[in-house]
Ligand binder design. Sequence first.
Ligand SMILES: Nc1ncnc2c1ncn2[C@@H]1O[C@H](COP(=O)(O)OP(=O)(O)O)[C@@H](O)[C@H]1O
Ligand SMILES: [Mg+2]
Length: 242
Amino acid sequence: MDALEELAGLLTSGKMLSMGAEAAVYLTSFMGENFVVKYRFPKKYIHPLLAEELIVKRTKREARVLLNTRLNGLCVPRLFFTMLSKGILVMEKINGSRLDELIGKVYPGEEQSTTFSRIYYNIGVVLGKLHSMNIIHGDFSVSNLMIKDEGLTELCIIDFGLSDFSNDPEDRAMDLRILFKSMESRFPRYLPSFRDKVIQGYKAGITGFNFNSVIQRLREMELRGRYVKERRRKHKTSVHNI
Ligand SMILES: Nc1ncnc2c1ncn2[C@@H]1O[C@H](COP(=O)(O)OP(=O)(O)O)[C@@H](O)[C@H]1O
Ligand SMILES: [Mg+2]
């Protein structure tokens, strides 16, 4: 075993926080400090060379955007160390809850409270700021947003592996679409108020591009989505009637 592999082994030996389709996330401590280690592993069904290329690309992208966004004042985990060839990022542990966990924990009715309205508005502001840097998150879902425990005010973004640089309104609208879809699939009842607040915040958070061009694209996507859903439903009904 070479030194690099040994180090990689050490870094991924903590408590597992999550095991996704392409990355495992661990909580490790070193000299009394907690760290999060994200390790992208090669997928078995992809050719090893392609798998490595993909791992390096996504890890590099995540590292670059973590540094970039932090420099611009957004709350993202501080990046401490990278081992690109092994798909490893070592970063700050955000002491907080994911948005989906937080909503899941509250009592019925509370999700409409001013605390939540403020969080939702903030999500829009933060996404607006991200887009104003011409960064697209690529997977801006309720499970990639964290709210710090302290005061429940600070909103942090994680998981930038699918991010990209773009100023295309369509790409920007896609981030909003993914966010609303993720909310709809987890907590459909809260979607209308969530959507309103996020869009208000988004409008307030953006600089240097046109709000309406993004919202128009979003509406088009939503209409297309509804049309496809409707078609599927009709198709199912007609098949059942045969
Ligand atoms: N910096 C961090 N601080 C605290 N928890 C984190 C951090 N990064 C990731 N996590 C936890 O690990 C989970 C998976 O990490 P994520 O980067 O979203 O990877 P995946 O691509 O598997 O979704 C997150 O949903 C969150 O619960
Ligand atoms: Mg994630």
